[in-house]
Write a protein that binds this ligand. Structure first.
Ligand code: BTN
Length: 182
């Protein structure tokens, strides 16, 4: 791994931590808040590509696990990774990898709508399909109730998917993916 790659990975882990400063929107009926951090997850995938995108989220999770208060509300520690948000958080590196993988595939014919579609598929739907059942199991509710409840995230997450795609497409000349395809 190059120094530049390590810097990008650390930078995006930090960026997702900074997005955690934006206050969460708690939802009374579901123990997982609305957070701006998913914007960072999608951006990591579509700006950094699969390898660095996934590693930035792995680093982020390691930092949470060792107790850094990088989640909204200054939360951190191993307990978060076995709590109601666990499935969502642990799905993030895989989501960033999948987003990065498909963005790299379409890199030579990059189009905003394609990046939005990739973000929605993997940054919104995939994350929900992992996060909601895990939340349901941990809170002793039915998986179906968890999936239905988590639809509350869809409008905001789709908006974040669009914002991340717009930023990534705008920044595509300086993306490390661009360097690899030169
Ligand atoms: C936390 O800080 O505990 C929550 C992390 C997981 C939040 C999930 S990710 C997908 C969905 N979209 C959101 O805005 N919140 C949830």
């Amino acid at each position: 791994m190059t120094t530049k790659e390590m810097v990008y990975i650390a930078l995006f882990a930090a960026l997702i931590g900074v997005l955690g400063i934006i206050p969460p929107i708690p939802l009374g009926f579901i123990p997982v808040p609305i957070t701006a951090q998913t914007l960072g997850v999608m951006l990591a995938g579509c700006f950094l590509g699969r390898k660095m995108g996934a590693l930035s989220l792995v680093l982020f999770i390691v930092l949470i696990a060792i107790g850094l208060p990088l989640l909204t509300g200054g939360r951190g520690g191993f307990s978060v990774l076995v709590g109601p948000s666990a499935g969502y958080i642990l799905s993030w590196p895989i989501a960033a990898y999948l987003i990065g993988y498909f963005v790299e595939k379409i890199w030579s014919k990059l189009a905003l709508w394609k990046v939005i579609a990739i973000n929605i598929l993997f940054g919104v739907i995939f994350v929900s399909l992992i996060g909601a059942p895990v939340m349901a199991i941990i809170t002793n509710t039915s998986v179906w109730a968890g999936l239905v409840g988590s639809t509350v995230f869809l409008p905001g997450d789709c908006l974040k998917a669009v914002i991340a795609a717009v930023i990534a497409v705008q920044l595509n000349p300086v993306s490390p993916i661009e360097e690899k395809t030169k």
